[in-house]
Write a protein that binds this ligand. Sequence first.
Ligand SMILES: Cc1cc2nc3c(=O)[nH]c(=O)nc-3n(C[C@H](O)[C@H](O)[C@H](O)COP(=O)(O)OP(=O)(O)OC[C@H]3O[C@@H](n4cnc5c(N)ncnc54)[C@H](O)[C@@H]3O)c2cc1C
Length: 404
Amino acid sequence: MTERIVVLGAGFAGLWSAIGAARTLDELGVGADRVEVVVIDRSAWHSIRVRNYEADLGDTRVALDSVLDPIGVRRLEGEVTGIDVARRTVAYAAGGASRSITYDRLVFALGSRLAHPSIPGLVEHAFDVDTHAGAERLNTHIASLAGGVSAPGQSTVLVVGGGLTGIEAAAEMPGKLRTAGVMSPRVILADHAARVGAGMGESALPVIDEALHALGIETRGSVSVAAVDPTGATLDGGERVAAATVVWCAGMQAHPLTAAFAVERDRLGRLPVEPSLRIKGLAAEFGAGDAAWFLIDGVHTSVMSCQHGRPMGRFAGHNVVCDLLGRPLLPLKVDWYTTILDLGPWGAVYTEGWDRRVVSRGAEAKRTKELINRQRIYPPRSGDRRAILDAAAPTVQAPPVRFG
Ligand SMILES: Cc1cc2nc3c(=O)[nH]c(=O)nc-3n(C[C@H](O)[C@H](O)[C@H](O)COP(=O)(O)OP(=O)(O)OC[C@H]3O[C@@H](n4cnc5c(N)ncnc54)[C@H](O)[C@@H]3O)c2cc1C
């Protein structure tokens, strides 16, 4: 009888889980007649989501079939709607019909989504860079601004959320506006915290300040948005910010289907997993990427990032196969942590360690950022079966290269 590994999601964690499982099956000489690997995603694309703030989104998606077909992984396109752990069954909707599929081992990798607190008008009127579709919608809107009726705030973009995503989105914005023909663009980057970018730490903060200043971006701390409408935002206290574009970048939450598992989730809604990526307390279910957490170096909690999502995926894929075949599992431990933050045309800032010490900045750091975003995190696109499988070995990569 054929046993089945089902991977939910084909983002950084899910795609690499599926390739990792296929690689280990190949290494062990186990064919698809004995164990099949199935991936379910709502989209036919692997989105390089970390590039969603860029002006040109042309090369930010990889056709899943171009990676999965050569390695014999079956792809189902559909919306996952439920998981029944007792029956080892996943429910999904495809082609207008409700369907289900059973599993022997499961990897939950449905990722995260932008948190939308209940602020009037937020869902209807704010833009985001959370998904490829959202990023395209934002770029299309920006491109249309110059031709629009001149109104207060027409040239203003308010980016809410001064974390990494908000800073990257804001840093690209003056360039996008100018390319669109918007005269005198104004970009405001606002955050709840007293200082924008404070989360990046004392070492990086002056670099971020310098870059945002050079790009002409205004920063505002201690800002709380009370309502959003098509012409701007109203802040707590009643202040009005006229802005034809409000971009919401404030906070992530793990996928709501994490609730399908009877385990205690963290404040981000993530599933607790072992270093093997098995969900704590469960037998056949594993979790990886933004939807899961564990102490990645034995001390620090894994971060919602492709930096952690990709190795979590590779190890989860390897381990589900080993678990199914009664072989020992490999614990994941990543003993380095870096942050490379894009600062638009100014460059980037590269920090090392959990205390985020700046090790490179400006154009040199930008070279690293481009290598990561345009090469390092892509699956091989050659269609070469061996190259795709080899890329998913359950090993930890060295930190990104530093220039300068
Ligand atoms: C603008 C931006 C910049 C970022 N920059 C960085 C960075 O510099 N460095 C870094 O490490 N991280 C960065 N991140 C974070 C990084 O993108 C995420 O941590 C990463 O995408 C998580 O991978 P994942 O596979 O867990 O989830 P995702 O990438 O979210 O993938 C989830 C997959 O599940 C699918 N899916 C979801 N729900 C369903 C459903 N119900 N049914 C079927 N399919 C479904 C989706 O289509 C998707 O393919 C950034 C994120 C953003 C938005």
